[in-house]
Write a protein that binds this ligand. Structure first.
Ligand code: ATP
Ligand code: MG
Length: 438
């Protein structure tokens, strides 16, 4: 007995979303804005594979990070046993590609990407298992000028999107200095907390030697004084690190971009040094980070390249789209310039070339499509024309066609300007289809 085929409906993987119309238009609008900004700053697109060797992220992100310890989608290639991972972030892949193809042989490169990332997290609003990032990486530039450049690009993007910095989101900034300075800070922290061991709770005592930085995050009110008095990383920074940070700050000041220096800002990935920053919004109730980045001068070498500095950021597209919603930014829905009303299917041989000619001129035309029962009444066609949001109905009636004409009926009195190509038809009210074909 043969088994009945399984026809039960299938569902997307939990935490991975379909992006459907009309929402997909908001995505495209966002992506257009982002690309426009990147191109203004002369960043070039790079597209790297979604699947990479697992070792890339273990080496690139750091073994003791949330991402590598518990969030990666890793699997074995069943064909050859290779250990592979769906990329959880964009930087490691971009740096791998830059090294593999010697992109830096003739100087620095400014790159951007847009794409899906994967992390095995508990799905909730603004947190998914497949999500999207737009990011930039400026490789081969050591100076603080490019730190300032990449930060200012974000502000340009906010403006392009209609977000207002200061109202919808703000910049937090810190310097992590150099690894040796962080070691110094760590030793100073251990010494400080050992000296005050009697003031530490059990958690802090346990972390004292494994991860003393974590003690600084403690929510225990009784420990706040001893935490306040702990040595600050800023006090361990040498002259070079301080000069780099001061230079970034004064360039942001000069550009009129306010920021909050947050000495607790460390970022989740191991590879950062010097400048780190995050864009934070409190439009969601509680503060939420929409993106961040910083300088990572050791990463290229760590991934097998000749030492070269880097600085970049990554922004979460889903979180930015949510922010646009709560900030009340209206994304213009895409509407056709015209809707072709076709009372009789017999009009199609004459109408189709006219529609094609209009589209070739850049006019967007939605054609009324026949149903099972034919073209449908004029009334129902006009209803659809109206619902489409089109500014004009092009009516291919028998009388008009007999004269080689098309009737143009405005559907909206207000709205956007008439596209250049439609102007002659609109001004005349009628338009010779014949003329178009020549
Ligand atoms: P969080 O602290 O919220 O987990 P993160 O530090 O892990 O963020 P990054 O690795 O810095 O995030 O990624 C940059 C941005 O990508 C985040 O600010 C956020 O906007 C977005 N992002 C990160 N993880 C997710 C996710 N699981 N779903 C949706 N967006 C995400
Ligand atoms: Mg995270």
């Amino acid at each position: 007995m043969s088994q009945a085929p399984d026809r039960s409906p299938l569902q997307a993987v939990k935490g991975m979303n379909d992006i459907l119309p009309p929402d997909s238009a908001r995505w495209e609008w966002f992506e257009d804005c982002a690309r426009r900004v990147m191109q203004r700053y002369r960043y070039a697109a790079i597209r790297t594979p979604i699947v990479e060797p697992t070792a890339l992220f273990v080496r690139g992100i750091g073994e003791v990070t949330d991402i590598v310890e518990k969030e990666m989608y890793s699997f074995e290639d069943s064909m050859n046993g290779d250990r592979l991972t769906l990329r959880p972030e964009g930087t490691a892949g971009v740096v791998r590609a830059a090294v593999e193809h010697s992109l830096l042989y003739d100087g620095g490169k400014r790159l951007y990407y847009l794409g899906a990332m994967f992390r095995h997290e508990r799905p909730q609003k603004g947190r998914y298992r497949q999500f999207h990032q737009v990011g930039v990486e400026a490789l081969g530039f050591a100076g603080p000028d490019v730190d300032a450049e990449v930060i200012l690009m974000c502000r340009m993007l906010w403006r392009e999107l209609g977000l207002v910095e200061g109202r919808d989101l703000w910049l937090e900034l810190n310097s992590l200095g150099q690894p040796a300075e962080r070691q110094l800070h760590r030793a100073a922290l251990i010494e400080h907390f050992e000296r005050h061991a009697d003031l530490l709770d059990a958690d802090a005592k346990r972390r004292l030697h494994s991860n003393p930085l974590r003690i600084l995050d403690s929510k225990n009110a009784a420990m706040q004084p001893v935490i306040e008095a702990a040595p600050k990383l800023a006090d361990c920074l040498g002259a070079e690190s301080l000069a780099h940070f001061d230079a970034v700050r004064s360039m942001l000041d000069a550009a009129g971009l306010p920021y909050r220096v947050n000495p607790r800002l460390v970022r989740g990935l191991d590879y950062y040094n010097h400048t780190v920053f995050e864009w934070v919004s409190d439009r969601f109730g509680a503060p939420l980070t929409v993106g961040g980045g910083g300088r990572y001068d050791g990463l290229v070498e760590q991934l097998g390249g000749k030492p070269a500095p880097g600085v970049g950021w990554g922004l979460g597209v889903e979180r930015l789209l949510l922010l646009l919603e709560v900030a009340g930014v209206v994304v213009p829905p895409p509407v056709p310039d015209a809707y072709a009303v076709l009372p009789d299917a017999a009009a199609l041989p004459q109408a189709l070339p006219v529609l094609e000619a209009l589209r070739a001129l850049g006019v967007s035309v939605q054609m009324h499509a026949a149903g099972r029962d034919g073209q449908g009444s004029m009334k129902s066609q006009f209803k659809k024309a109206d619902a489409s949001g089109a500014r004009y109905a092009l009516v291919f009636g028998a009388d008009e066609l007999a004269q080689g004409m098309v009737a143009v009926k405005p559907l909206r009195t207000e709205g956007q300007p008439v596209p250049q190509e439609l102007r002659p038809i609109v001004e005349a009210g009628v338009w010779g289809g014949e003329l178009l074909r020549s």
